[in-house]
Design a protein around this ligand. Structure first.
Ligand code: PLP
Length: 424
């Protein structure tokens, strides 16, 4: 036994590790991504010598900081097909989502009080909607199909003359499913309703273009694309239509009055650098990650029975794989692979393990949701790592199933649906 430096005890592997594999392996790139060393390099001067306040107008310290911020604004804008003036810096996508939803709800209150979103959104959208409901707004939560996609006909039907905003995420953070954003945007445009998208998981991974995709407002986050934590942006369209957002933080009128507060200059520089790298490398990297992902999927499916993939695989992020290992207890599986960082289909809420609301929305039962694993492949993962993880999972799943009475019964052909206690 040893610790991984964070105090977490990990089991020593009995066989020597393959070349290039170091434990623990990070395969949770939807939760956060490591900082790209090139991003850190770009940030360093702004953490040291160039420390000015970008709002200081009277001296070169301020001007230098402001210049760096404006360069980053261009870099962010370029990645999403926007203009620099349409980019507002925030503390991250949670703030961006809050600013978008609350800011629009407040600004367009005279026009209507109806907002449309969908059930597998990130909590930063869902909890904000819940808050708005308490303030008298009406929110429609569109369902998703078993594949995780919304139905465009549902959306069309939900829009009424009081609808001011539709907020549908670009790509889901658990199941990697990509919503039909362009079509959603077109519907909103036709009906004269604003369209916001939480594009945190998509930006920098797949092409996102606010013009082609008919997006009016878009949230993104630094630490999901190899930039620093605590910085993000909100794209706010300035033409066709000009979107207005009521500010949620007051004090000084920074960021065109939409978001006051001294700018996080090193963070913003890092976000800009991360966006530029993503733009340059996206095509090749998406292809590489998709191949690795498909390899992992194929390897697991070939070696194990009763596994299934969650979410539509055609409209899917290249680095995501969400898989259920039926007849395996989720917690035991995670413990068995404790030198691999992945996410499970369980969310810790207070003392209990709740099955993921995203997987539940697809129609998965609690047990199957608990037995699910989200693999999040990223820029720094290698084939050797994927092989290690796949072998380990296969080994652990087989061992756990040897102990599972349910699995034994299934193998012997006993119809579990006839057994009452197996139904949930
Ligand atoms: C991570 C994430 C967020 C929150 O972003 P932060 O910058 O961490 O606040 C919002 N939406 C999605 C889809 C995410 O994956």
């Amino acid at each position: 036994m040893s610790t991984n430096g964070t105090g977490v005890v990990i089991a020593e592997s009995s066989t020597p590790l393959p070349e290039g594999v170091r434990l623990p392996i990070y395969l949770d790139n939807h939760a956060t991504t490591p900082l790209d060393p090139r991003v850190l390099e770009a940030m360093m001067p702004y953490l040291t010598n160039i420390f000015g306040n970008a709002a200081s107008r009277n001296h070169s310290f301020g001007w230098e900081a402001e210049k760096a911020v404006e360069k980053a604004r261009e870099q962010v804008a370029k990645l999403i097909g926007a203009t620099a003036k349409e980019v507002i810096f925030t503390s991250g996508a949670t703030e961006s989502n809050n600013l978008a939803l609350k800011g629009i709800a407040e600004m367009y209150r005279e026009r209507g009080n109806h907002i449309i979103t969908q059930v597998t959104e990130h909590k930063a959208v869902l909890d904000t909607c819940k808050k708005l409901e308490k303030q008298g707004y009406r929110v429609t939560y569109l369902p998703v199909g078993a594949d995780g996609l919304i139905d465009l006909e549902d959306l069309k039907r939900a829009i009424d003359d009081k609808t001011i905003l539709v907020s549908i995420m670009y790509a889901n953070n658990e199941i990697g499913v990509i919503q039909p954003v362009r079509e959603i945007g077109a519907i909103c445009k036709e009906k004269g309703v604003l369209f916001h998208t939480d594009a945190v998981q998509a930006v920098g991974k797949i092409p996102v273009d606010v013009q082609k995709d008919n997006i009016d407002v878009l949230s993104l986050s630094g630490h999901k694309l190899y930039g620093p934590k605590g910085v993000g942006a909100l794209y706010v369209r300035r033409r066709n239509p000009r979107v207005q957002i009521s500010e949620q933080i007051n004090g000084g009128g920074h960021e065109r009055g939409m978001r006051s507060g001294t700018l996080n200059v090193p963070g913003i520089v890092g976000l800009g650098a991360a966006c530029e790298i993503a733009l340059n490398e996206m095509d090749a990297e998406a292809k590489r990650e998709k191949e690795l992902r498909d390899y992992l999927k194929h390897k697991l499916e070939s070696a194990l029975d009763y596994v299934h993939v969650n979410g539509n695989m055609e409209h899917h992020l290249p680095g995501n794989l969400n898989m259920s290992f039926v007849y395996v207890e989720g917690e035991s599986l995670l413990m068995g692979i404790n030198d691999v960082a992945v996410s499970s289909g369980s969310a810790c809420t207070s003392a209990t393990l709740e099955p993921s609301y995203v997987l539940k929305a697809l129609g998965l039962g609690d047990d199957v949701a608990h037995s699910s694993i989200r693999f999040g492949l990223g820029r720094f993962n290698t084939k050797a790592e994927v092989d290690y993880v796949a072998d380990k999972i296969i080994d652990v799943v087989k061992k756990l199933r040897e102990l599972s009475p349910l699995y034994e019964m299934v193998k012997e052909g006993i119809d579990l649906s006839k057994i009452e206690w197996a139904a949930h």
